[in-house]
Design a protein around this ligand. Structure first.
Ligand code: ADP
Length: 279
């Protein structure tokens, strides 16, 4: 089982440079891939129960610097799920209409309904990340947002949403390698963006912004998981493991609920047949 760097208490100081971006020494890629396949099966089963029981929903928030692998996680981990119950939403720069609302308006409409999974590629955290780094709103405004974010996520949890937030943690060196690789590979060059290199110049400012966001908005019901993301195979394993661990405790509740529903449906059918016989 991979060690997870999960943060679920607000206010604990976080230093990203003290947290690993590499898999732990001695981790075997082959074993990790085999374990991921098992977790994928369990994830599929758990999602099926979530869907049937409709007692909870799951919100997965993916954050990370450019090239950190948000799309890769979606492809791999969401690939294990039944698409019927999954919504993937990407949050880019806000539209004029979105800017004319409070910052949570655009995300709130994409929260998952009971039985469903929502995966957010970027999120409301951009409003304390890119907005802070580039001074897109005055500090007096973004500073207030940490509290609003905690309250918002608490509200979702109150409504039986299981919330897990992932920071895909890559090193400065690995990001450079990935950006250069995109440039070299004709099949990947379409992903190139001057913006990615420009944002890289703000590496330290983003580090500070992420540290504060993770530290202030880590709560027991909406924890942050800092995922070592320099190796894609390990990154996928950590995310899958954390999701299975988040859902697994609910299995007995969902199974009991589905049994009760099955019992009721059978009783209704028996009553219907009995009535048909006597008429
Ligand atoms: P990605 O880089 O995730 O593959 P895009 O190229 O569409 O996808 O980038 C999304 C961009 O939108 C990022 O540069 C991000 O910083 C920006 N963005 C997201 N949310 C906000 C926000 N609330 N305010 C300003 N910019 C934002």
């Amino acid at each position: 089982m991979p060690p997870t760097f999960a943060f679920d208490q607000p206010g604990v100081r976080i230093r990203l440079d003290e947290l690993p971006t590499d898999p732990p020494k001695g981790t075997s890629r082959k074993e990790a891939e085999a374990r991921l396949a098992e977790l994928g099966e369990e994830l599929f089963e758990l999602q099926d129960l979530l869907w049937g029981a409709r007692l909870h929903s799951l919100l997965v928030v993916l954050q990370g610097r450019d090239t950190a692998g948000k799309d890769g996680v979606i492809k791999t981990v969401a690939g294990y799920l039944n698409p019927r119950g999954v919504h993937v939403v990407s949050f880019g720069p806000p539209t004029q209409e979105e800017l004319e609302h409070d910052f949570l308006w655009r995300v709130h409409r994409h929260t998952p309904r009971k039985g469903e999974v929502a995966i957010w590629n970027r999120s409301h955290y951009e409003d304390v990340l890119v907005v802070r780094v580039h001074g897109l709103t005055p500090a007096s405004i973004w500073r207030e947002r940490y509290g609003h974010i905690c309250d918002f996520e608490e509200l979702l949890a109150e409504h039986d949403t299981i919330v897990r937030k992932f920071f895909l943690h890559i090193s400065h060196r690995e990001q450079q390698a990935r950006l250069l690789e995109r440039e070299r590979d004709p099949r990947k060059a379409w992903k190139l963006s001057v913006g990615d290199w420009r944002e890289r110049e703000h590496w330290d400012a983003y580090t500070e912004a992420y540290e504060e966001a993770i530290s202030r908005c880590a709560t027991p019901r909406a924890p942050w998981i800092v995922v070592p993301a320099d190796a894609k195979w390990y990154r996928n394993l950590v995310v899958a493991e954390a999701l299975v661990e988040a859902l697994r405790p609910y299995r007995p509740v969902w199974e009991a609920h589905l049994d009760a529903l099955g019992h009721k449906a059978r009783a209704e059918l028996a009553a219907y047949r009995a009535a048909a016989r006597t008429s």
